[in-house]
Design a protein around this ligand. Structure first.
Ligand SMILES: Cc1cc2nc3c(=O)[nH]c(=O)nc-3n(C[C@H](O)[C@H](O)[C@H](O)COP(=O)(O)OP(=O)(O)OC[C@H]3O[C@@H](n4cnc5c(N)ncnc54)[C@H](O)[C@@H]3O)c2cc1C
Length: 527
């Protein structure tokens, strides 16, 4: 939910500016946003919507940050043309958060789109593979996400902003009722019933658990409801689950997969309070809140590219390949130094990834404590193994889990995004897989698909994308920086900033909206 600010007449995202401000204009307010990921673009949209001049600086060639589409030469076409294959994916070997995209580029790119959705050259809007059904097999280029993402129905701010910048939620996503299936071992499926009946029936009818375990799970959710999902003291998710009599099998089959998918942190380290925040908003809400939304577009196209068009249409500027090298605070504003020159702003929102934010803040004495707080945040990886099979290969359902395997969740990109034969296997959080090279990992996952599902075909190619700092490790009582800083005209956004949510798109979007509202708040209070 959009955070409400206290002063009267303050415009909030999604609402018209207060008439007095609209009349007088924003007098001297000019905002620079560092980072064109989901947080930065949410901040920019929130400001641009109110007619506030805003400029976004993104160091990479493309927008999206840790949720971005990556366009690559089609390995099959390369093989046909006897070109050297580009199977080893350079992104995967970097620190993961920013990869090669953050390297300085010689020329900046002004993203000034026309008003219609303009796909990247060679790409057909709507299908990440670049075109109709078989494009992943036949096109010259294809677009993969840096990692398969899932959105939940309760990600209200994300869905609202996507729609605000021109998205169509029903067309952009494959919407699935809550269903967690671990192949041949466990299934939880929510029936179309009013909340919270849908969840209780789902838990009591879960397959793969004893009757006693199903009761334990239902009792746990009822106990948490009674507590309003608020703990007096944060503990690990594992400790909370054990304290509420959840059996080891129940934890392994249901709670651990939910915790790792939502928090990207194993239960023995994960914050029980943050897990409860997610359960409160997803499983305890309306039926639609628990739905899972799988994007049919790549993640740059889904929101950041459209947001750039929106910002441009509202008089703002989005600069790609234009990283900020330094922040210089002054009494009357802030200078941002880039390789292409220096620009002056009344306020800035820093929405770079945590390591980049800490680097920029460390050079400013007043912000050294914030940099130190960010430096102390631990990370968790996410690996995505893409396997391109012949087009006829499909999974029994769009999303399927494995138990006691390296691959945790499999996504059938053919069913989701018409990338036929393409399977994305996701491996979240730390584990032994980090010790393997990408070749071994690809082969191991293909072997698991063969053994578990009987897929006899050999993949035509595979590609591993390792985001080594995919998210912060959502540990117990983690100290996260707030959206204001000791400098009145420097705000902070990003999935790692203070909030109820783990590192998610919703957390990032909310942080951007909050930071933008803090800018407006600071400006209004000063006048
Ligand atoms: C593999 C993977 C899978 C995930 N799965 C899910 C999921 O299923 N569901 C979910 O909700 N979330 C998921 N997440 C988390 C989600 O992607 C992140 O929480 C979110 O994208 C973070 O957005 P952000 O804007 O805070 O940060 P970022 O995306 O890191 O954006 C920061 C931006 O700042 C830019 N930048 C850095 N330094 C500078 C500089 N000096 N100047 C200018 N620009 C700079 C970077 O290039 C980047 O574009 C996943 C993440 C990964 C990596």
């Amino acid at each position: 939910m959009v955070e409400k600010l206290t002063p009267p007449n303050l415009p909030f995202s999604g609402e018209e500016p207060a008439p007095s401000l609209r009349r007088e204009g924003w007098g001297g307010l000019r905002v620079g946003v560092i980072g064109g990921g989901y947080a930065g673009m949410a901040a920019a949209v929130t400001l641009a919507e109110q007619g506030i001049p805003v400029t976004v600086f993104e160091s990479a060639k493309q927008l999206g940050g840790r949720a971005r589409g990556v366009r690559i030469p089609n390995p099959i076409r390369q093989k046909e043309q006897h070109a050297p294959p580009s199977i080893q994916f350079s992104d995967g070997t970097t620190d993961g958060t920013t990869s090669h995209l953050t390297k300085p580029h010689k020329t900046r790119q002004v993203i000034g789109y026309s008003h219609s959705t303009k796909p990247a050259s060679g790409q057909v809007a709507g299908y990440p593979g670049g075109g109709k059904g078989d494009r992943p097999l036949s096109g010259d280029y294809l677009t993969l996400d840096n990692g398969q993402h899932i959105l939940l129905g309760c990600y209200r701010n994300t869905l609202k902003l996507i729609a605000q910048v021109g998205g169509n939620i029903e067309q952009d996503f494959l919407r699935l009722p809550l269903q967690l299936t671990l192949h041949d071992r466990f299934e939880l499926k929510a029936p179309h019933l009013p909340a919270p009946l849908h969840l209780l029936v789902a838990l009591l009818a879960a397959q793969g658990l004893s009757f006693a375990e199903r009761l334990q799970a239902a009792r746990f959710m009822l106990a948490m409801r009674k507590l309003k999902f608020k703990l007096a003291r944060d503990v690990s998710a594992l400790a909370l689950l054990r304290a509420h009599g959840q059996s080891e099998d129940l934890i392994r089959l249901m709670w651990e997969p939910i915790c790792i998918s939502a928090l990207n942190t194993p239960t023995h380290k994960a914050s029980a309070q943050v897990l409860l925040n997610v359960l409160r908003d997803s499983l305890n809400g309306r039926f639609a809140d628990s739905e899972m939304l799988l994007p049919r577009l790549d993640f740059s196209a889904l929101f950041p590219d459209r947001a750039a068009q929106y910002v441009t249409r509202h008089g703002g500027t989005v600069l790609a390949s234009c990283g900020v090298d330094a922040i210089i605070p002054h009494d009357d504003g802030v200078e941002l130094i880039t390789a292409q020159g220096t620009q002056h702003f009344s306020h800035i929102v820093c929405a770079a990834a945590p390591a980049n934010t800490a680097r920029l803040f460390r050079a400013i004495p007043a912000l050294v404590p914030v940099a130190a707080q960010i430096d102390a945040i631990p990370y968790q990886p996410i690996y995505t193994v893409y396997l391109q099979y012949p087009a006829h290969v499909t999974l029994p359902q769009p999303m399927l889990g494995f138990e006691r395997c390296i691959a945790q969740w499999l996504f059938d990109k053919g069913r989701i995004a018409k990338q036929r034969g393409l399977i994305a296997a996701v491996i979240s959080a730390e584990g032994l897989h980090q010790e393997w090279d990408h070749e071994q990992l690809g082969e191991k996952v293909a072997q698991e698909l063969r053994e578990q599902l009987g897929i006899a075909d050999t993949p035509l190619w595979h590609k591993v994308i390792a985001e080594k700092r995919a998210t912060f490790s959502c540990s117990v009582n983690l100290s996260r920086p707030i959206h204001t800083t000791p400098l009145a005209n420097v705000m902070l956004a990003g999935d790692f900033s203070a909030g109820d949510y783990p590192a998610t798109l919703e957390g990032a979007i909310l942080s951007g909206i909050r930071a933008a509202n803090e800018v407006i708040h600071a400006h209004v209070c000063k006048r």
